[in-house]
Write a protein that binds this ligand. Sequence first.
Ligand code: ZN
Length: 95
Amino acid sequence: MACRSCRTFGERTAIRTPQDLAAAILKVKEGVASGILRDFPRYDAMTIPIGELPAERPWPDDVWCHLACTTCEQLFRLSAETYRGRGGVLEQIAS
Ligand SMILES: [Zn+2]
């Protein structure tokens, strides 16, 4: 469960357009900048640190970022497929 600190990230947010993705990236970057979230790198091929993800296009073909709440350790994932425009999601995930 998301805690009071990270609950604004706990609602599943569908990403359907490049504008949605830009907004989701900005939201996560602000979460990291304000200390609510921290980067939680998972060292598989497609995951990149949020700090290396540009706020605007061009993005990598596949966007995969993992974040953790600095208070409750809840994990979040930002994923999107930009190449074919299939969209993506910002959601909380099981650890
Ligand atoms: Zn939390």
